[in-house]
Design a protein around this ligand. Structure first.
Ligand code: ADP
Ligand code: ZN
Length: 601
């Protein structure tokens, strides 16, 4: 008897119930409809096409640009007992032939195909002779020509509609904005498709944005106190900084690996594979590391440099916590970051409209950094989502920042910029305000200015915080020639005239280690013994099967095992993520570990 989608969910995937809106999407596809699915990372997009592919007769064809991941995706399905395969350029001829035959004979339930392969005549001819259940176009935002994930081959996927009009198609992405959505609909000819658009919130990600003081010390403290042994990504802007940081973290005893476009292809590949396969690697990367990192158990993303836009920040932090377990996004930023990015943009090629657009995007990012209220509310509002209440899971919610009436200090700073001729950077301006006696002060006779020494009550670091916020707020502009000189903008007139009060954020001398939570997965000290034993068992099985550990069981399943301590098959099956096949393959090994542990206790 044919299983229903719910039965497939329970028996094959081992989950109790669907999440919103999985069931309606599956219904739509099972009833021959097309679907446009926009769901945040970790929302559970894959099941939306995998289950209809299993429920419908024929082969589900998944088009995905993530060649590096296909093998893992397919082995994950095979571990669930699903008959799956893939076609891409990394395969030998023999395997290709076998897979093609299996497709033709309908002996396979799901096949992953790279877009460039799909559009070849040979593949199209094959598909025309084969029973097809549906087409799923994953990472559908790759059709957007202006986006940074654009793939020319995606534009040609409209042939699916033309050649297979009766086969349902699903286009899926986590990319949220309207322009991309419109592009997908138009280019993939999905105007008839039902749209399923979920909110963008990732409630399990804790957002924290801190002032950058001593970035390495801050990073180390974060890793040591909260993220021991966890998988994570550390983003840096430059290749050199990536290399240096990875090397330094290695010296500090972490398993850190670099990843950037300047490395040889094979080194990059090697590091990416280790990251995907092992369960305690920190990858230090430029944003070249991104697309296709759908490792579910990434516990943290750290930015050591400021992302250029809120979109980039959301996408990069979104690589944490796909498994919906607690994860942390930590961004460190400071005065230099802002000056550097403002300069880069002012000096970039491209017409004025483009530059203005970039500046606006950067301003939104800076706004997110400087706000003193809930970060998640601002982040979601940026994407058109409203969150009614403050989230309780960002640094501002956890430890509300102080503000102070900085009008007087701001006036001092702005008039100092004016009096010194709008030709100096923050360092010199602060020296003037604090009345420093340096060669440069004497050389430019800055000790004769009326603003010399008027700000000696504030420390250098307090002044830096003020200048940072003034630039972020657009009250000071940065030159485009790369000197970092600061200039007044129109916006600062009312303040200079003393007509406006201005409140600024006060940096805390020491940042509260935000949450009370010690380890991000919240494992109690007395459970660590069993937890490590379960992880070890998972690791051994993963090696034996040649798959990443999360393919055996996700952290969430392992955690439930830790809490419920199942000692027989029935109890095992009750855990989320354990279906028939996984029970059969792995149940016993884990029961033994638990028994052993209970015996010792
Ligand atoms: P996406 O592709 O949207 O980023 P995935 O399809 O990888 O997300 O799913 C994210 C995680 O959620 C996976 O670990 C998946 O097994 C799990 N998941 C999906 N649907 C359900 C469900 N109904 N119940 C429990 N877990 C689910
Ligand atoms: Zn919040």
């Amino acid at each position: 008897m044919q299983e229903t989608p719910l039965q497939i969910l329970q028996h094959t995937f081992g989950y109790d119930s669907f999440r919103e809106p999985q069931e309606s999407i599956i219904d739509c596809l099972c009833n021959d409809g097309d679907a446009l699915v926009i769901m945040p990372t970790g929302g559970g997009k894959s099941l939306c096409y995998q289950i209809p592919a299993l429920a419908r007769p024929g082969v589900g064809v998944v088009i995905s640009p993530l060649i590096a991941l296909m093998e893992d995706q397919v082995s994950a399905l095979r571990e669930l007992g699903v008959n799956a395969g893939y076609l891409n350029s990394t395969q030998d001829w023999e395997t290709t032939r076998e897979t093609e035959n299996a497709i033709r004979n309908g002996e396979i339930d799901l096949v992953y195909i790279a877009p460039e392969r799909l559009i070849q005549e040979r593949t199209i001819a094959l598909l025309q002779q084969s029973p097809i259940a549906l087409f799923a176009i994953d990472e559908a935002h790759c059709v957007a020509q202006w986006g940074h994930d654009f793939r020319a081959d995606y534009l040609k996927l409209n042939i699916l509609h033309e050649l297979f009009p009766q086969i349902p198609r699903a286009a899926l992405t986590a990319t949220a904005d309207e322009r991309t959505r419109a592009d997908i609909i138009e280019r993939l000819q999905l105007s008839e498709a039902q749209q399923f658009i979920s909110g963008f919130d990732r409630p399990n990600i804790q957002y924290r944005i801190q002032q950058k003081n001593k970035p390495r010390t801050q990073l180390l403290q974060f890793l040591r106190s909260e993220q021991q042994g966890n998988v994570g990504i550390v983003y840096c802007l430059s290749r050199k900084k990536v290399d240096d940081t990875a090397e330094w973290l290695t010296q500090q005893g972490f398993n850190a690996l670099p990843y950037h476009a300047g490395m040889s292809g094979s080194n990059r590949q090697h590091n990416q594979t280790r990251f995907l396969r092992e369960d305690n690697i920190i990858i230090v990367a430029t944003i070249a590391f991104g697309m296709g990192i759908d490792k579910p158990d990434v516990r943290f993303v750290v930015h050591l440099d400021l992302p250029k836009s809120v979109e980039a920040y959301y996408q990069e932090t979104g690589r944490a916590g796909r498994d919906r377990e607690p994860a942390t996004a930590l961004l460190l930023y400071g005065l230099e970051d802002i000056v550097k990015l403002r300069q880069m943009m002012a000096g970039s090629e491209g017409n004025e409209t483009f530059k203005r657009h970039e500046q606006q995007r950067l301003n939104a990012m800076l706004g997110l950094c400087e706000i003193t209220t809930c970060r998640r509310q601002v982040l979601l509002r940026y994407f058109g989502d409203e969150l009614a209440e403050p989230c309780g899971n960002c640094d501002n919610c956890i430890d509300a920042p102080d503000t102070w009436n900085a009008s007087e200090a701001v006036q001092m700073a702005l008039s100092c910029v004016y009096r010194s001729g709008q030709r100096f950077g923050a360092g010199q301006l602060i020296d003037i305000l604090r009345g420093a006696d340096t060669e440069k002060i004497r050389q430019f006779r800055h000790n004769q200015l009326s603003t010399y020494g008027i700000g000696s009550k504030l420390s250098i670091s307090e002044w830096r915080t003020i200048f940072r916020q003034l630039i972020a707020l657009g009250l000071l502009g940065v030159d485009s020639e790369g000197y970092g000189t600061l200039q007044l903008t129109e916006a600062c007139r009312p303040i200079l005239r003393g007509q406006d009060t201005i409140f600024l954020r006060r940096e805390k001398a020491t940042q509260k280690a935000a949450p009370a939570r010690k380890r991000v997965l919240d494992i109690a000290e007395e459970d660590m013994g069993l937890w490590n034993a379960l992880r070890q068992c998972r690791k051994e099985l993963a090696e034996e099967h040649g798959v990443p550990p999360y393919v055996i069981f996700h952290d969430a399943t392992l955690k439930e095992m830790l809490e419920k301590r199942p000692l027989n098959d029935y109890e095992m099956l009750c855990l989320s993520g354990i279906g028939d096949r996984k029970l059969e393959q792995f149940g016993e090994a884990f029961i033994e570990v638990i028994q052993e542990f209970e015996y010792q206790e």
